[in-house]
Design a protein around this ligand. Sequence first.
Ligand code: ARG
Length: 570
Amino acid sequence: MEMYKRMIARHISALLDQVGEEEITALLDYPQHAAMGDICLPCFKLSKLYRKSPQHIAEQLTERLSSDMIERVEAVAGYVNIFLNKGKLAKQIIEQILGQADSYGSRNIGQGKTVVIDFSSPNIAKPFHIAHLRSTVIGHSLHRIFSFLGYSSIRINHLGDWGTQFGKLIVAYKLWGDEEQLEKHGIDDLLKLYVKFHEKAEQQASLEDEARQWFVRMEAGDEEALQLWHQFVNISITEFQRIYDLLGVEFDSYAGESFYNDKMEQVVSELEHKQLLEKDEGASLVRLDAYHMPPALILKKDGSSLYHTRDIAAAIYRKSTYNFEKAIYVTDYAQNLHFQQWFKVIELMGYEWHRDLLHVAFGRVSLEGMGLSTRKGNVIKLEDVLMQAIAKTKDIIEARNPSLNDKDKVAKEVGVGAVIFNDLSSSRIKDIVFTWEDSLNFEGETGPYVQYAHARASNVLKKATQKLGQEGVVLDGGLAMLTDDASIQVIKQLAQFTEKVELAMHKLEPSIISRYAIDLAQSFNQFYHHNPILNAQDEVRQARLALVKAVQITLRNALYLIGLAAPEEM
Ligand code: ARG
């Protein structure tokens, strides 16, 4: 619809002498109800400028506004309501979608620009938490959105693979660990060791000192320490990889926190040089009192680095390596302060690009009311959640469509899709609750619902080819005949896809795409109920089939952008 907005803005600004096209475009809106037109111009701001009543301005514009794309114009209560020529709209939009196919909705606005997206970033030796899942699906979707808009987008998994906790693990492993157990139980075993360490350390404080020493040895490059650490890392990554495979997520870089080990000295001396570093009881920190924040800790008493230190080193490294236009960090909002603090440190260091650092924060996920905390070892494993989703979906499919081929593949695409979609279904900052009933409901506002609409469209097209043969399905016909309310509703939504993709990018908000996909699927289902397709008379059938094809393409592209597969049958 953006192009119609621009076309109308051009006409209107030509009628007004003080207001430019851009300003009018920004004022134009989509009315809530079809009875109020397809696009409208509220005249309240113009009223102040021209010192005339909004209705007076609306009437004057209404008299003079005309174009062959416009069917009629009305002035109502200070609004100019513009009704587009439906036949022309239908023809233009559908031809555009069928022509562009997989690239419908994409643009080149990011050409030559790079974004780096730091997402997922689970912690080694700890289970993949449900918050990491949300980070993974939001980050992955942002990656696809940016790429679709022409950016080069770098996916970074900033693994939590460095820090004092590895000293603790080494101590625990040396005391109570066992090679065989570790091979067999992987992260579960590491988690047990970690929990045991904390229990024991409560009585025996010397354990903490030992752990600190081991971490200092790691930072100094001690061979034994690093060899054990390596083992923990490898075991963890193997487990994470299984989840990424299920989700269909890949990364360009697994440079985790440890990668910056040899880049931190430089940061520390730069901070010193810029006189930002202060000593406080042996530790080094950057004071942020002036900005109403607690200090950013840079070095502990024993000289070891911290989470902040590694993020600062990583940002400087990424700027020089990728020369990003934006660096995005996807974590839950519990880390808001952490990011505000070190973004401020980057600013104080004098780096202009501190403005390009963006924290994309999201809300908590709970499973049917239960928190999913990893404390006390009482964990719900994410891999189990995904496997259960697949199994439950298989049961549903078995009942709905027993003759379906390739049930396992479809169950995986739909089950995993349901979990992903649930994470993206409301604006990211909101806390969400995961329930099986809601996420897997084929009739609710869910991933399966959108996938099902896509499968329905694919099925109609397949049947048409079976019935009429390849040549029988000519996807043009009288597109201009698609003027009934249900068809026009779908067409107007199809026309909005490109702007939704851009909006999702600007707001860093994949839920804009998932919401859009739901709306489009709903109006497509309305269309489907009101309009016979295969039994319609020739030209009408062809036009309707073309519309179905346009919906299929657009739903598939939307699903792709949020990281869901689009099975043709389900
Ligand atoms: N590993 C961290 C965690 O699990 C998330 C890291 C986010 N990225 C970053 N550059 N700090 O909480």
